[in-house]
Design a protein. Sequence first.
Length: 277
Amino acid sequence: MTQETSQAVEAKPGALFLVGDVFAEFAHHEGVFTVSQLAKRIKSGAFPDDAGSGPVRITLGQGVSLFDVAFIRDTLDRRGLGDRVAIDDQALHTRAGREIAHKHRPENVLISDPRPVGTDWYEADLLVDAGNEVMSDHVTGQHMQGMLATEAARQMFIAVAEQFYLPTEAVGSRYFVIDSFSTRYRNFLFPLPAVVRCHVLSHRSPHHTRTTFHCALSVTQGGSETAGMDVRFTAFDTQVSHAKETRAAQRSLQDGVALATAEAAATAPVRSGVGAP
């Protein structure tokens, strides 16, 4: 997936980041550890060192789960270092729920609960789990694949619509259909903290069974936009959408049967008209 530009990522002096083991290539940068690397350093007595005063603060990057955080804290506690290291894992406790993210497995949810930051403006933390479905078969280099940004934006506009625009009683009972979805990639997205933003440009309900939306979204990291999206979609009443989908499926099946029949007739061998002597 083409990216327009790339940015070198430098950890700020004194800043430490923890990323999932799947991002070991990115952990070559100073100030970045994978979960396994940090646990090994703690067990060997090499972390934390004696430089500086006060607790060492670790910020979570991508690919780290609450299970990983518990593992690191247990490792610290066993060496009596629990009060020397502070791990900021608040974002992991705010992962969006199943009803608004429209995902059945928590590791496939890529955003925190959206929060309003202005009129028709919302933002959420990007939360990439190492077991996410998009991560299952494509990790190359130090950056994360662009489809993670696209999927995070998709989850974001659904969650924003569910949480802030649709009737409370309708949450989880709407069927979302994308009318158009354009994405532009501007920078590499690295396994560091990132924010997904959504600006609802317009929304209207021409009928009680549907609401249409036009949204602009972005994924930003370190103050720079890594990807921007423009999307138009419709939230349908589930019963209405299922009826429309069933009719469309029947038409598609009929068209498929007709095409297969025509292709079979076109490729059938021509029988000879000469009879046996």
